[in-house]
Design a protein around this ligand. Structure first.
Ligand code: PLP
Length: 373
């Protein structure tokens, strides 16, 4: 059976050019970058070239990019570091952040005051509410994701960066779902911290980076080595770093063409699936949201409960917006925060430039076959 992968917000397949540079690095560049001999220097050169290329793409200093194992690690590092080293006593965030941000904040809620901004039915915060919350004298960290991973909803990142700068607050954005899809100029944007994960833009798993604006020195979470200029101990994942830089280079080179293509794929899918299910709703805002995510709310019906199961056995890979515990299906915290009707079934379809119109047509054909049974 031809499988159709519409779960690109969860992870993306590696692209051949990335596999090629990684394979070459794994087989030829095996040295430890901390060694001073030939092999060590070669490995170090590969890591630093990747850092230089990444910094160039984001228009930031080389010294502001630190490699980590994942965005989860990056986000934890920033939140804990801001509290531990930068005097943060208050965090403003939203209930629709990724669990790695929410859990890191929760772990520190005895040390800091935590303010959750309200979100509307599309998952959007109100700038006025943020501005009002920023009137406080207390040293504040604002942590708001650029693109929501379940809904695709975006924040006005420039306005928020400027507002935070004006009010003297630090600003962290989990940019995982935006990296490689939206341009990001870190010189023009007064932002303090961002996080990235390579496997979301056709790079490898287990590698990411954190941008820490030079004025904000935080101490490492991982100790025992001088790697990453003492910020993160541990021998570098050289093939991962090289693969991530390659994946980003391709994503930036093809940013607009991929976006246009993915939008066409998404529009075609939405148009066709609406013909099958008239009372279909979109969670989030397609106008201002990211192009690769489509979160659909299916009406309560005899097929909706088994929707994920039926998609899977029919070879269509998507993601449920709910977790099943003790046999009871419950909406995710993001869906709860936007007031999604739990009787309906939310499913996230997320696309990449590797998907085709033929896959959309096939998926629609298969969905039609099981909903009409
Ligand atoms: N933040 C967002 C918005 C994500 O979508 C994800 C991945 O699901 C993460 C953080 C965690 O990234 P990683 O898989 O690199 O830990």
């Amino acid at each position: 059976m031809q499988r159709i992968y519409f779960d690109n917000a969860a992870t993306t397949p590696l692209i051949p050019e990335v596999v090629e540079v990684m394979t070459q690095t794994l087989s030829e560049n095996f040295g430890n970058p901390s060694s001073i001999h030939f092999y060590g220097r070669n490995a170090k050169a590969a890591v630093e070239e990747a850092r230089r290329n990444i910094a160039k793409m984001f228009n930031c200093s080389i010294g502001d990019i630190f490699f980590t194992s994942s965005a989860t690690e990056s986000n934890n590092l920033i939140i804990h570091g801001a509290i531990k080293d930068l005097g943060v006593k208050r965090i403003i965030t939203s209930p629709t952040e990724h669990p790695c941000v929410l859990k890191a904040i929760e772990q520190c809620d005895a040390e800091v005051e935590v303010v959750f901004l309200k979100v509307d039915q599309q998952g959007k915060i109100k700038l006025e509410e943020l501005a009002a919350q920023l009137e406080s004298e207390t040293k504040t960290l604002v942590s708001l994701m650029y693109v929501n991973n379940e809904l695709g909803t975006t924040i006005p990142i420039s306005e928020i960066s400027n507002l935070c700068q004006e009010k003297g607050a630090l600003f962290h954005s989990d940019t995982v779902q935006a990296i490689g899809k939206l341009p990001l100029d870190l010189d023009a944007l007064p932002i303090n911290f961002i996080s990235a994960s390579a496997h979301k833009f056709h790079g490898p798993k287990g590698i990411g980076f954190v941008f820490i604006n030079g004025n904000n020195q935080i101490t490492p979470a991982m100790l025992g080595g001088a790697q990453e200029r003492n910020m993160r101990a541990g021998t570098e994942n050289i093939a991962g770093i090289v693969g991530m830089a390659k994946a980003l280079e391709l994503a930036f080179a093809e940013l607009e063409t991929r976006k246009k293509y993915i939008l066409e794929i998404r529009e075609h899918f939405l148009k066709e699936i609406k013909k099958l299910i008239p009372d279909l709703r979109v969670n989030g805002d397609l106008e201002t949201g990211i192009h690769h995510i489509l979160n659909l709310s299916f009406p309560e019906s005899n097929f909706s409960d088994l929707m994920m199961f039926n998609l899977d056995i029919n070879g269509v890979c998507a993601s449920a917006g709910s977790a099943c515990s003790s046999g009871i299906s419950k909406d995710s915290s993001v869906l709860e925060a936007i007031g999604h009707d739990p009787k309906r079934k939310a499913i996230r379809f997320s696309f990449s430039h590797l998907n085709t119109k033929q896959e959309v047509d096939l998926a629609i054909e298969r969905i039609a076959s099981f909903i009409n049974k």
